[in-house]
Design a protein around this ligand. Structure first.
Ligand SMILES: NC(=O)c1ccc[n+]([C@@H]2O[C@H](COP(=O)([O-])OP(=O)(O)OC[C@H]3O[C@@H](n4cnc5c(N)ncnc54)[C@H](O)[C@@H]3O)[C@@H](O)[C@H]2O)c1
Length: 373
């Protein structure tokens, strides 16, 4: 039997991280260590991930597979290099950390303009410390959580990876700068570092079990969890605002590329497979092995489409109000996902109905999210 490789996932209890941890465990090829400070997540998420992974095993699964469903958690802050040092020192030999999937970050576009120092401290300084510790420990593989916000207002829809990075928010710039840092580090150490950056479009939905899902602390910054929390009565005031209905889109409201969280999380397993394959980097024009891929569905959906989809599953008639455009919103962010399909073998399979059904399944089974008290 081949040894399972250990993956370190900072931010693994978060919305995306928890589903990524699960997808790694479901392959039965990986074991996972999470670094968390729980600033925007709950430990319960990881307990439930373990349960889903265990339940998915066949009755005759070897004990090694059961043991690997246990997630090791290192509670700590990614701004502190000692957290990574501790993680690298904890495992050695065949159990040494094979790769990092970095999902930890501060992620609110709106908040980032009033907290730029905090955003740069976590999203860029934290990253630099992590890269330094990776180099010291001899771990050179990194899958990075990037974002469609790096494209700013793109000229071409659907957006190819070759579209220039011109982020328009502090948050977006932390992601853009992080990509540049990782690329420079890969170029500076071409025989050691290799990295795939995944530019997420709009992750939505939850694992179909309804055991894990999106549960942000405070008012949700993303549309789907806001709609879900409104329908369940967790969040009602003030009413829903639709920012602008005069955009050059089919119904005038902003269009985004929503992708089911299980599709998106699965993309990280594709990336882990690809990051070790030199042929994936054949067209890179600089010395290093760094490449960015869009993770999207390639289909644009408007704000009104999403409200209607959530109305259908929850039965809640959303009282919404059309207000003026919001500063920084771009009309359309739809991915061209063909490069990830061709080179990573990635294809988003879940539909809008799946996303709204699974969002509602999660929220209605967990009206207070993970906080069950
Ligand atoms: N959700 C989206 O719409 C979206 C879109 C594009 C990109 N992303 C990126 O994907 C990643 C994951 O996003 P998410 O939606 O799961 O967010 P999330 O807030 O649910 O998860 C982030 C996790 O990181 C942890 N964390 C934050 N700061 C930390 C620190 N200093 N030390 C240790 N842990 C820390 C949080 O507690 C949380 O569990 C982020 O990098 C985000 O920028 C998210």
């Amino acid at each position: 039997m081949v040894d399972k490789k250990r993956i370190l996932i900072p931010g693994g209890a978060g919305y995306i991280g928890s589903h990524v941890v699960l997808c790694c465990l479901l392959t039965r090829r990986y074991k996972v260590t999470v670094i968390e400070n729980y600033s925007n997540s709950f430990g319960t998420a990881l307990e439930r991930v373990e349960k889903i992974a265990l339940d998915a095993l066949p009755a005759d699964a070897p004990q090694a597979d059961r043991d690997a469903c246990k997630i090791d958690v290192i509670q700590g802050d990614m701004r502190d290099r000692a957290t990574f040092k501790k993680a690298f020192q904890k495992y050695s030999g065949a159990d040494a950390i094979y790769a990092i999937i970095l999902t930890a970050a501060l992620k609110s576009v709106g908040e980032s303009s009033s907290k730029p120092i905090e955003y740069y401290e976590v999203n860029t300084s934290g990253l630099i410390g992590m890269l330094a510790e990776m180099k010291e420990a001899g771990c050179g593989r990194l899958i990075y959580s990037s974002s469609a916000t790096v494209y700013g207002t793109p000229k071409t829809i659907p957006i190819p990876e070759s579209s220039p990075m011109q982020a328009e928010s502090v948050y977006g710039r932390t992601k853009q700068i992080a990509e540049l840092i990782i690329k420079d580090v890969c170029d500076g150490h071409p025989d050691f570092f290799r990295s795939i950056s995944l530019r997420y479009f709009n992750p939505a939905g939850a694992h179909p079990s309804g055991l894990i899902g999106e549960d942000p602390r405070g008012k949700p910054g993303n549309l789907l969890p806001l709609l879900a929390q409104m329908a369940v009565g967790k969040y009602r005031e003030p009413g829903l605002k639709v920012f602008g209905n005069d955009y050059p889109t089919p119904d005038g409201t902003c269009v985004r590329d929503y992708i089911h969280i299980m599709d998106l999380a699965g993309g990280h397993v594709n990336a882990l497979d690809a990051v070790d394959d030199d042929s994936k980097f054949h067209d890179v024009t600089t010395p290093g092995k760094f490449k960015a891929y869009n993770l999207g569905k390639g289909k644009g959906l408007s704000v009104l489409n999403m409200i209607e989809a959530m109305r259908k599953v929850s039965g809640y008639e959303y009282p919404y109000e059309i207000v003026g455009r919001r500063l920084g919103d771009v009309p359309d962010l739809t991915a061209d996902p063909s490069l990830a399909e061709k080179e990573l073998g990635f294809k988003a399979k879940y539909s809008l109905d799946d996303m709204s059904r699974d969002t509602w399944n999660w929220q209605s089974k967990n009206p207070k999210g993970y906080d069950t008290e």
